[in-house]
Write a protein of this length. Structure first.
Lengths: 116, 112
């Protein structure tokens, strides 16, 4: 079974631009979560989508948004990029929502975003 | 406030030298504790889930244990390929929703 895939793997943008990242979950997984990983803050939860609806959100500004499509693929958008948005953005999928055994998440390789 | 603390930040071991990594947590309503391994430039790789105090899980040279306040990842006779950053995360709060808090990790280096 193929793992979680993310595109693009690397991205360079300038301040003020916007960016869209894509994530395809493991086949059959319907929940997709996004995380930001930086050396200083570690892994921080951005939001989770299940059945095309945002189910939970971390403490990030409104510039960070996402959506999920009917095939469970998800996109994350960051508008008005700032230097501090430079990070590894990770997507994770899990196969269910609402049961204890479904908390296990499987991560993709990430998108390395550099803002100059 | 929910918190996850991992120690040590970095650990260097000789090949075959066993040791333990620590993950202490303060959360309300723990629903699960997870261990991941992350290699440079890659996403975290799932290792274990622990749900209740006293639970233990093993995989090759790794063994994870859980108490009410902390979890340990024991590495027995490590090999250079075990070198990686090991991340601990806790799932707490609202049933069903993802509310995963990660520690900052322990960077393990195993020297041949």
């Amino acid at each position: 079974k193929a793992g979680v895939t993310q595109t693009p793997r690397y991205l360079i943008k300038t301040r003020g631009q916007q960016v869209t990242l894509s994530c395809s979950p493991i086949s059959g997984h319907r929940s997709v979560s996004w995380y930001q990983q930086t050396p200083g803050q570690g892994l921080q939860f951005l939001f989770e989508y299940f059945s095309e609806t945002q189910r939970n959100k971390g403490n990030f500004p409104g510039r960070f948004s996402g959506r999920q499509f009917s095939n469970s693929r998800s996109e994350m958008n960051v508008s008005t990029l700032e230097l501090g948005d430079s990070a590894l953005y990770l997507c994770a999928s899990r196969n269910n929502f609402g049961t204890a055994s479904s908390y296990e998440q499987y991560f993709g390789p990430g998108t390395r975003l550099t803002v100059t | 406030e929910d918190q996850v603390t991992q120690s040590p930040e970095a650990l260097r071991l000789q090949e075959g030298e066993s040791s333990s990594l620590n993950c202490s947590y303060t959360v309300s309503g723990l629903r699960g504790l997870f261990w991941y391994r992350q290699d440079p430039g890659k996403g975290p790789e799932f290792l274990f889930t622990l749900y209740s105090a006293g639970e233990e899980k093993e995989k090759e040279r790794l063994k994870a244990t859980l108490t009410k306040k902390e979890s340990f990842l024991h590495i027995t006779a490590p090999k250079p390929e075990d070198s990686a950053t090991y991340l601990c995360a806790v799932q707490a709060g609202q049933t069903g929703a993802n509310n995963l808090f990660f520690g900052t990790g322990t960077r393990l280096t195993v020297i041949p």
